[in-house]
Design a protein around this ligand. Structure first.
Ligand SMILES: Cc1cc2nc3c(=O)[nH]c(=O)nc-3n(C[C@H](O)[C@H](O)[C@H](O)COP(=O)(O)O)c2cc1C
Length: 166
């Protein structure tokens, strides 16, 4: 299995490592000169969300990469609200000629919105959900959750902000 990851503060790397597989940094391969062509029985993409959307470098990577695999999955880490980030990502990669078999999101510590009173932090069932995601992936589960219209509109509204972030 190959896992491609994009992280700012390490949460996504922690998740990527849970698969005990070959880890590949998205910024390193995007900035490198090699062809982005990869083959493996399973390939995963793990990243954080910026303003309810995947970072533009993740989109750049996915638009240029060629994957030869039986199972392609994507997991996004977020701190507060994921919107329809993953469903929109699935729509976009379909236009690149492929699609994910499994997508999921994981609520993590928020490195963007600093909440001073720790009691205000929502109870994040992170460990339990991460264990479930790892089990799902190792059993090649197919899962594409649906997004609400409100989530779709929210994610679209924030695209211009996401595009300003590296
Ligand atoms: C610039 C920026 C924008 C972010 N926007 C969102 C957001 O819209 N929704 C959300 O839930 N989390 C948002 N976050 C929080 C991160 O997605 C979250 O903390 C994630 O776990 C960080 O992963 P990392 O440690 O792999 O970088 C944002 C973080 C940054 C730095």
């Amino acid at each position: 299995m190959k896992i491609f990851y994009f992280t700012r503060t390490g949460n996504s790397l922690v998740v990527a490592k849970k698969f005990n597989s070959e880890l590949i940094s998205i910024p390193l391969v995007v900035k490198g000169k090699n062809m982005l062509a990869y083959q493996d029985e399973a390939i995963g993409i793990v990243f954080l969300l910026y303003c309810l959307n995947p970072p533009k470098m993740v989109y750049e990577f996915l638009s240029r990469a060629k994957f030869q695999t039986d199972y392609l999955f994507a997991i996004a880490n977020y701190g507060n609200l994921a919107g329809a980030s993953m469903q929109e990502l699935q729509k976009t990669v379909k236009s690149y000629g492929y699609q994910f078999d499994y997508i999921n999101t994981l609520l993590r510590a928020d490195n963007f919105d600093v909440i001073k009173d720790i009691s205000l932090l929502p109870k994040k069932q992170t460990k339990k959900k991460l264990k479930q995601i790892v089990t799902d992936v190792f059993s090649c589960k197919r899962y594409i959750p649906k997004a609400t219209q409100k989530d779709i509109e929210l994610s679209k509204m924030y695209v211009p902000l996401t595009e300003q972030l590296d």
